[in-house]
Design a protein around this ligand. Structure first.
Ligand code: 13P
Ligand code: ZN
Length: 270
């Protein structure tokens, strides 16, 4: 059996969490990440019959049966993941259609998966319906996007168009736009269901006055999505109080669609 601390999926998650912290997106225990793992890639590192303990999840969905996830722990600080991965992270297998999580590795101090597990698992299920390749759900608290939700209209078309207009490549990176949820109580099945519903039409879902969710096929893609939207929000905050002289026109956006082979969300461009 190989040492799980040498597993590429674990090393990549630890590096990503460290990078997210360095970007200021994850103060204290802010943020959480879940990564879908294949049984075959885990079998080299863990005895899959050795269940450490079973943790109830409080929700269920048939699509989750038998699925394996590497996930951050509740109350854990991203900045510490690199020093003690086994205490801050866990590997779970979902059974009873997701109602139970069998702990196979990690959470060594008796902890458990993130309080946002419902939003993560329901978002994975929602994304598989539109993208069977989806493996990552990432939540964090980037300052500029968060700040924007205090002063910008939360209408999804308006919010998306503002972000698209702030960097030429935004429409290329997230042509489906950004979906937005109003403030809701976090850590609940309700916000999980609402997030998952929004995930059916976009890989980015802003939680007003809280943060953002991203989804993607790997950690790089998901990090890059959030990074791009956050950069756009930063630029908007730099210019929003100044007289606007220039912008990226809808005509220019259509040129970008043609040049990069992407299609902007229906009805979002004139
Ligand atoms: P957890 O520590 O439970 O992951 O919660 C952090 C967070 O960002 C809640 O939205
Ligand atoms: Zn949060």
């Amino acid at each position: 059996m190989k040492d799980i601390l040498t597993a590429p999926f674990l090393i990549e998650l630890v590096r990503t969490l460290t990078n997210m912290y360095a970007h200021g997106w994850d103060e204290r225990n802010g943020g959480n990440v879940s990564v879908l793992l294949e049984e075959a890639e885990l079998a080299d590192f863990l005895d899959l019959n050795a269940v450490i303990r079973t943790i109830p999840t409080g929700f269920a969905a048939p699509e989750l049966e038998g699925k394996y996830f590497l996930v951050t722990g509740t109350g854990k600080y991203f900045k510490n993941a690199q020093y003690d991965p086994a205490a801050n992270l866990g590997v779970v297998r979902l059974t009873d259609q997701g109602a139970q999580a069998q702990l196979l590795w990690g959470f060594t101090d008796g902890g458990k998966f993130t309080s946002e597990f419902p939003a993560h698992m329901m978002s994975h299920v929602a994304r598989w319906k539109v993208d069977p390749e989806n493996r990552v759900v990432m939540h964090c608290h980037p300052a500029n996007l968060l700040a924007m939700t205090y002063v910008h209209d939360l209408d999804e078309v308006k919010f998306t168009r503002t972000l698209w207009q702030m960097c030429t490549e935004c429409i290329v990176v997230f042509p489906e736009g950004v979906n937005v949820l109003p403030w809701m109580l976090c850590g609940t099945n309700e916000i999980g269901e609402a997030t998952a519903q929004k995930m059916e039409s976009a890989r980015l879902v802003v939680w007003a006055q809280h943060g953002i969710y991203g989804a993607g096929k790997d950690l790089d893609e998901t990090f890059g999505l959030i990074e791009t939207a956050e950069k756009a929000a930063e630029i908007w905050l730099k210019i929003a109080h100044l007289p606007l002289v220039n912008t990226i026109s809808d005509e220019a956006m259509h040129l970008l669609e043609a040049r990069f082979g992407v299609k902007a969300r229906e009805g979002y461009l004139r």
